[in-house]
Design a binder for this molecule. Structure first.
Ligand code: ZN
Length: 331
């Protein structure tokens, strides 16, 4: 397994031009660059503690809800600042999402092992590569854990997963998966108890991705929204023209009263007010998209509309994909 720190060196040593890097990343449909994950939390997030460990590149926050703990691993920036959520119940761990880069998935696995409980299952939230490439490591480290996803996700990975990995290889080399990990089990929607914890699984289409899982923990009043909700501190990905439907979904999430804590696909947990700020963002993005003839205009206008949000480069990437129609490249 390569060193956790080799990614930054690799990126700088390869000296990719910004445009080539964007093109490669766009081909893989993923955000790029950013900052090392901050353990500073979003306003309104639950009490958490950072479990910093020497040599670990990612950051881990732990939130406790009675007997249930949610451990959130945040990758460094070159791993797209993506989360893996580990839900610790009385006797087992359920892992959501598998990281982009293998070293970070390995950090997740090593951390899970310190919890001293078996991995019951691994659940993939959607088919964007930054959420599943590292499943290769997790399934190697936890061979008894079955991999679940919504019906349709496995087909998406079979169809396009290897091409996505291949598009990342010039950037990340051996830090990206060598094979696609296809989920073998289908998540059924609705209520389900796993290790004594009640989950309410929801299926959404045509938002940030074309097929997205959300998971509610009704007893803990936690909404795991993945890439449906973004931090008010960061730009959201607007990769495809699903603005209207995405806003409808966000209104549905807003109607889930009492869910004050939301874990998201990128960055630390947010308060439910992040639903409103995501709606505002998507609404503005829709207006700008309607008024912008090309990617450059869209990108510049959206960045100007939200000057305080981080990861302006995510807007550049979104604009490239959004204006690459009819490219159905949002996997
Ligand atoms: Zn994502």
């Amino acid at each position: 397994m390569p060193s956790s720190n080799s990614g930054f060196q690799r990126l700088s040593q390869t000296a990719l031009s910004r445009s080539r890097f964007l093109r490669l990343a766009a081909g893989a449909l993923l955000p790029i660059i950013g900052v090392r994950p901050s353990v500073a939390q979003n306003a309104g997030a639950p009490a958490t503690r950072d479990t910093a460990a020497p040599g670990r590149a990612g950051a881990i926050l732990v939130s406790q809800f009675g007997p249930v703990k949610i451990h959130s691993y945040l990758s460094p920036a070159d791993g797209f600042h993506v989360n893996t959520q580990m839900i610790e119940g009385p006797t087992a761990i359920v892992i959501f999402d598998g990281q982009l880069l293998l070293p970070y998935a390995d950090e997740v696995a090593s951390y899970v092992q310190t919890l001293g409980k078996p991995v019951d299952r691994i659940i993939l939230s959607h088919a964007h590569t930054d959420h599943w490439s590292g499943l290769q490591v997790l399934t190697e480290r936890f061979p008894n854990a079955r991999v679940f996803a919504l019906d349709g996700v496995a087909d998406q990975l079979r169809a396009r997963g290897q091409a996505r990995l291949d598009s990342f290889r010039p950037i990340y080399g051996d830090r990206i998966a060598t094979k696609v990990t296809i989920p073998t089990e289908t998540i059924t929607e609705g209520l389900q108890r796993i290790d004594g914890i009640t989950y309410d699984f929801r299926r959404f289409v045509d938002a940030e991705s074309d097929l997205q899982l959300a998971a509610l923990l009704p007893a803990q009043k936690v909404l795991m929204a993945f890439d449906l909700v973004f931090s008010p501190n960061e730009h959201a990905f607007t990769l495809v023209d699903h603005f209207d439907h995405w806003m409808i979904i966000l209104e549905q999430l807003k109607a889930l009263l009492g869910y004050d804590t939301i874990t998201i696909g990128h960055d630390t947990p947010v308060h439910r007010s992040a639903i409103d700020s995501t709606i505002s963002y998507v609404k503005r993005a829709k207006q700008i998209h309607a008024a912008s003839a090309d990617a450059k205009t869209y990108s510049e206008s959206l960045k100007a509309a939200f000057p305080d949000r981080q990861h302006a480069e995510w807007v550049d990437l979104s604009a490239r994909l959004l204006y690459a129609a009819p490219l159905k490249a949002h996997l």
